[in-house]
Design a protein around this ligand. Structure first.
Ligand SMILES: [Zn+2]
Ligand SMILES: [Zn+2]
Length: 190
């Protein structure tokens, strides 16, 4: 498969094309293939979880057309170059990550290039899938239906009064709370 059009999309909004974008495109295309989704179509039943933000996820978006805005992409920030592809119809989930020694392997595919960065840039585009990445079937620790939720669901937090959509509320002793009020969140009043 010619990955150039996807690399063009990934690097369009950047000033550069980097190895992580290429990994994102390659892993994204592999994810589509294992979930049996055509790269030219937009799959509504596909949910992608990326384990980092940044250049890698731009590659994932270019290959899969999944986005945060369409609620087909989520970031679970472990600071890892890895992503899981979930077929929401079948609940099948495949996690794909680069082979642990992918950088060493890359050197073997770009022997002329002594600069590691540029060797990766070349090799990641041409290495066979099995050299570049590992795909593993996984079991999710959450219910996919809970994550997707239903349109139009809304309640108000009984503590702060703010509206909560997508069934993200917590119920404690019969009262409805938002996550930060119930469990603490990423902020507190200054
Ligand atoms: Zn980059
Ligand atoms: Zn609240």
């Amino acid at each position: 498969m010619d990955i150039k059009p996807f690399l063009d999309i990934a690097s369009r909004d950047h000033s550069h094309l980097c190895p992580r974008q290429i990994l994102g495109v390659r892993i994204g295309l592999k994810g589509l293939a294992v979930c049996d989704v055509d790269a030219s179509s937009k799959a509504k039943h596909l949910l992608v979880i990326s384990e980092t933000d940044g250049c890698f996820v731009d590659g994932i978006i270019a290959a899969t057309k999944c986005t945060v805005g369409h609620r087909t992409l989520r970031i679970e920030d472990y600071g890892k170059i890895a992503a899981t592809f979930i077929n929401a119809k079948t609940n099948q989930a495949i996690r794909i990550s680069p082979t642990l020694d992918v950088r060493e392997r890359a050197n073997l595919y770009a022997t002329e290039e002594k600069r590691r960065y540029f060797a990766q840039l070349q090799a990641y585009q041409s290495m066979p899938d099995e050299e570049l990445m590992t795909a593993q079937e996984i079991e999710l620790n959450f219910n996919i239906r809970d994550v997707i939720s239903r349109a139009g669901k809304r309640v108000n937090c009984e503590k702060c009064g703010e509206e909560i959509i997508n069934e993200r509320e917590r119920i404690i002793e019969g009262k409805i709370y938002c996550k930060p009020c119930a469990e603490g969140g990423y902020y507190q009043p200054a």
